[in-house]
Design a protein around this ligand. Sequence first.
Ligand code: NAD
Ligand code: MG
Length: 383
Amino acid sequence: MERIALLGSTGSIGVQTLDIIRNHPDRFSISALVAHSRWQQLAEQAREFGAECVAIGDERHYDNLRKALADTHTEVLAGSDAINHVASSYRSDTLVNALVGYAGLHPTARAIESGKRIALANKETLVVGGDIIMAAARRKGVEIVPIDSEHSAIMQCLEGEQRKSIRNLILTCSGGALRDIPKQCLDSVTPELALKHPQWSMGAKITIDSATLVNKGFEVIEARWLFDIEPERIKVVIHPQSIVHSMVEYTDGAVKAQLGTADMHTPISYALLYPERAATATEQFSILDHPTLTFSAVDHDKYPALGIAYETLERGGTASCTMNGANEVAVAAFLAHKCGYLDIVGAIRYALDNATFVAHPTLDDYDAANSEARSLAERYLKL
Ligand code: NAD
Ligand code: MG
């Protein structure tokens, strides 16, 4: 029985992860669950899965959560130290990190130090600190399996292949909610419009990141560290149908792609069961239902964030962390109607142009760079 600590259990990935675990009661058990504020949902999940421990990020909900679970044996904790504790020392074999944002970095680092296997949805972990996280994982012999669909696709395409045969990784990109909106209309885009993702139903932050293509930029950074490949060999193509989840091009000219329905249950179950596969496909995929698959180049004028992500990889050090911190503040402000759509990239640019740069950062340096990026974005957005 594999014991799982699930961070972000009330979110989009978290709930789908619990679906997979519910379908494999002989295989997985839940040791710990973590969420930010939805204490009722967290308490229900803890009861259903018999969690040994729960932690709530927002300490104001601690009392409610504790009372809701008073008649159970579940240990109840609160605060960010408790989340790090759950990630590192709680009795579990695997950490599923489905937190959103910078908050995911330290729990991943702690889990690596304590030798847990990691199924990683929190891409910000690798965006911020991919180099030191992957180095720590190699040192500790810890396996990090991606949940992000593009990276899961690439991992599947790489099975049985030799590293030296890889020519390029090709990430596919739906184009997000604003794919068909002309560039000159972007300044009037509302959060409601940008939240209407054509293919995937996801948390609010990643849906906005998909509209700006910040998400695809982050996925380039994620791929750079996860697969240890130079940024110039990571390509992005727009593929509106979201059926091809990504591809690998080999030196002999062969290209392998992984296809399927746009459903995160597939990459989540692959990450949990690898190298086995689940027998629980939610629906049968028929290629005949998708007779037209199209691909086109990214319009970098319309989507400057993708180029900025490559630029941060070239700069190295704390640059990608700065981009991430500024983006988090700007996306939250945009969702709260406190800034416009184009201000998101404006805030990222401003933070990168004004932030302190640390070439060889430690985890503490990332904390400082994240705080500084957030302050710079707040100043730019006049929050
Ligand atoms: P979400 O907003 O739906 O859920 C986030 C979860 O994390 C919630 O349970 C929330 O309570 C918890 N959380 C957030 N901040 C926290 C904090 N400070 N302390 C404790 N808990 C906190 O987000 P999501 O869409 O599920 O995305 C999660 C991660 O997976 C993100 O990094 C995202 O980029 C990545 N991802 C998501 C999808 C998807 O389909 N949703 C696909 C690929 C990658
Ligand atoms: Mg993705």
